[in-house]
Design a protein around this ligand. Sequence first.
Ligand code: NAD
Ligand code: TDX
Length: 349
Amino acid sequence: MSQREFQHVLLTGGCGFIGTNFVRFFLEQRPDARLTNLDALTYSGNAESLRDLEDEPRYRFVHGNIRDRPTVDALVRECDAVVHMAAESHVDRSIQDASPFISTNIGGTQTILDGVRQAKGDGHDVRMCYVSTDEVYGQLPLDRPDLLFREDTPLAPSSPYAASKAAGDMLCAAYHHTFALDIVTTRCSNNFGPYQFPEKVIPLFVTNLIEGEPVPLYGDGRNVRDWLHVLDHCEAVLRVLEGGASGEVYNVGGNNERSNLELTHEILRCMDQGEEMIRPVADRLGHDLRYAIDAGKIERELGWEPTRSAWPGALEATIDWYRENDQWWRRVKSGAYREYYRSQYGRTK
Ligand code: NAD
Ligand code: TDX
């Protein structure tokens, strides 16, 4: 398909880590377009992260749940594209209790798809980009560095989180096939950068070290992740939304594989801390060994490649952000931010 720019994008989950970065990136990159952010403000959503945009006429925040069909239907009708990234996103929480993951990641995705289907039935075509994850492919072995996930690698999710995201992938494929909805999907590797909830490994380790606490490393630390800067990811999502072929999936990777032990040593080095700050803890149940992405398709077809993800520079800049924005994560860590939205806004715009 040819390149298209959209006038009004509905973003779901815009108060989360990637969403907050996407709102800023999109408004900056598309100065004539508008964005509506639908977010339920779960524990990982933080309206304070976008507080400086409250007077921006091209931005609107709607406090609501993606499972609420009337809200979703009404918002989809106002827009010409949907970027769907609202989700329960933390693997460890899905191991404790899968229920919210099934509800939001599967039921919520169905609600969005039904909203897009309904709009199309009424003559209003809306393009949808579903933001998925490399975790839907399962794990790669540690002794085969030549193996990478490709878009045609079979889905084999291994955590409840990954299974719920893979169900979303399959629903998108089914609605594209059955109802000819215009849907594109991205599957990206681990993101890092500003505004990440400090339950995820990089902000958890960095903020622990700032507080003088040790960092809990799971198992033997040999598990490998591919680290992608969140703004590289936002750029890829916009590229796929505007130029991806309907029904297609695009992998997005940082070309930046590290074992957790390497990651930990790198953070300790950047923060002038010693190995004694590592606290080995019991391994995550079913802990996937390695994720690694072949991002050749998006590079060839859409001309995207990561330009902001290289270490040590991008990691140092991220650590600096958490150092300089300690108010943001201290409130998040204490849970006080949950009261923020009600006290500050008391209503939606
Ligand atoms: P996050 O947990 O930081 O943010 C999720 C946001 O969704 C929050 O603002 C939350 O309030 C909102 N939300 C949750 N349930 C909702 C509901 N029922 N209705 C409306 N809003 C709801 O997650 P993130 O790290 O920003 O991830 C965003 C997306 O990207 C997710 O779909 C995730 O699966 C995917 N992804 C993330 C990564 C990563 O490394 N963070 C990597 C690959 C894919
Ligand atoms: O305390 C910890 N200690 C530790 O060793 C935590 C929280 C994590 N880890 C390890 C587990 C993983 O191998 O660090 C690695 C990264 O863990 P997370 O930050 O929890 O990310 P991961 O499980 O890899 O999933 C992330 O990337 C894919 C996101 O949370 C998902 O939303 C995304 O789909």
